[in-house]
Design a protein around this ligand. Sequence first.
Ligand code: R5P
Length: 299
Amino acid sequence: MIIGGSTSQDLAAKVANILGEKLCYVETKKFPDGERYLKVNGPVEDEVTIIQSTAYPQDENILELLFLIKTVKDLGAKRVKVVMPYMGYARQEKRFNPGEAVSARIVAELIECAGADEFITFNIHEKCVLDFFSIPAKTLSAMPAIAEYVRDDDEKPLIVAPDKGAYHFAQEIAHILDSECTYFSKVRLGPDKVETRIVDVRCDGADEETVNVDAVKGKKVVIIDDIIATGGTIVNAINILKQHGAKSVDVCCVHPILVNGATARIYEAGANSLISTNSISSDTSRVSLADIIAEELKD
Ligand code: R5P
């Protein structure tokens, strides 16, 4: 039985359809004072998979997920798998400054305390977040699906990671498409300000010390990142790519948080297209995670 939380209704319905599983409907609403009401409509089976992303408003969506897990367990479910295509708070995986909450660990512990028996997410920002769970926890990759979306065998794109942390995503896509890939060096100056440097632009196979700024000249480029939030990281990358003669720049990400006018800023910087998965429902969601989730749930 599949249950879609209010953030992932379409995705849950698609997964249920692929698997031929029952989709259980959930009613949610807010009371006038802002408190949340949740009702699971219909009998609950022994094995339940709940699909719920926890992007904005993160706190409400996390609370709804906790209500759902606990309620289906109360109603008789014996085993509950939680599929959280995007995990809110995963970027606060440590105490960067004294006194800060390690939010990712708290969220993981809450999910487990509510009764989850297994946790699945996509391209989690830091893999160490999975270690905060003592139940089986794994991160799946959307890169094969994104690679197929951007595939162009007539003109293989150069795959660019806007920072070193995203380089392994670029490598995964480049490997599937048999393309070249490279990365930039980024320094975060604040929540909505990043500085991107070209000093680390290298192409696979180049000597470690070789700075290869010509790598992008005349190329069709695809930028890949896990998350786009304010778009600052991507805008910097587009600017550098354009300055160095990229022919076109298409932008892809797994998780389209897209706040503070990110979409407009990315197009304004000269992106040819901006696409993402449906880990968070957005106008940019062109790549569905449904098949990957269904395949995972078959096991
Ligand atoms: C962080 O390193 C992530 O991979 C993304 O690059 C980052 O979250 C993007 O944030 P923004 O769009 O605000 O620059």
